[in-house]
Ligand binder design. Structure first.
Ligand code: AP5
Length: 228
């Protein structure tokens, strides 16, 4: 299954991708997690990406596209993937279609998680993340079993560097300017499925699974960007 999860910061893309990974197969590929791992490991890409991430800006397409092309060519992605946080600009969406067209593939479904702004702010302000395994929690709605510790690996949970009110505000602005056109791009090509993201993690997951399982077989020719 080749699936894209779209939605504003805090919509639940990471939470859903983790829940869906075991049900649908294919790795959960999160550009945000990949970039944070590069920052943590002190790579050249991490050093280039960090100032953008800390400011709530998008990392330049050139860096993202080479990172993703390499990732999507790895053997575990050969039969499918769940993309979280990519594509995030129209240019990235076109590049993804072109890459898939080159290997005779297409997307099964693009899921757009709809959540109102006040709920997004509540989610982001209460989110806690494991810096080791990237598992996601919420202090009220999805607390860890032991306060402040990851259930999976025991690491101390953190708030991300991009979760200050000022940076969150900027991430929403960037989302409106750069990522909403991606929603329009997929809607125009008939691949967008909007899902109410406020109905609880289990219900949202079941709805997404239902859509993906009933999606039409992918066809690269449905992409406006298919290569000759
Ligand atoms: P990224 O890590 O992708 O951040 P984001 O898109 O802003 O999304 P979040 O991770 O904040 O939210 P989410 O939708 O995954 O929600 P979550 O599941 O955690 O990107 C970070 C930065 O990296 C960007 O700003 C940019 O700089 C850079 N970057 C990444 N990709 C890029 C790209 N392609 N191009 C350029 N730059 C890029 O859930 C949030 C909270 O809500 C949690 O606490 C969770 O427990 C709770 N929750 C989830 N679902 C529910 C539910 N159904 N009901 C109640 N609570 C819920």
């Amino acid at each position: 299954m080749r699936v894209v999860l779209l939605g504003p910061p805090g919509a639940g893309k990471g939470t859903q991708a983790r829940a869906l990974e075991a049900r649908l197969g294919g790795p959960h590929i999160s550009t945000g997690d990949m970039l944070r791992a590069h920052v943590q490991q002190g790579t050249a890409l991490g050093a280039q990406a960090r100032p953008y991430m800390d400011a709530g800006e998008l990392v330049p397409d050139s860096l993202i596209l080479s990172m993703m092309e390499e990732r999507l060519r790895e053997p575990d992605a050969a039969n499918g993937f769940l993309l979280d946080g990519f594509p995030r600009t129209r240019e990235q969406a076109i590049a993804l279609d072109q890459l898939l067209a080159r290997i005779g593939q297409g997307l099964e479904a693009v899921i757009y998680l709809e959540v109102p702004p006040a709920e997004l702010v509540r989610r982001l302000s209460g989110r806690r993340t494991c810096p080791r395994c990237a598992r996601i929690y919420h202090v009220d709605t999805m607390p860890p079993k032991a306060p402040g510790r990851c259930d999976q690996c025991g690491e101390a949970l953190i708030q991300r560097d991009d979760e200050t009110p000022e940076v969150i505000r900027r991430r929403f602005e960037v989302y409106s300017g750069e990522t909403e056109p991606v929603i329009a791009y997929y809607r125009e090509s008939g691949r967008l499925h909007a899902v109410d993201g406020t109905t609880g993690v289990t219900n949202v997951c079941a709805r997404v699974e239902e859509i993906v399982r009933s999606a039409r077989p992918p066809s690269p020719t449905r992409s406006e960007a298919a290569l000759p």
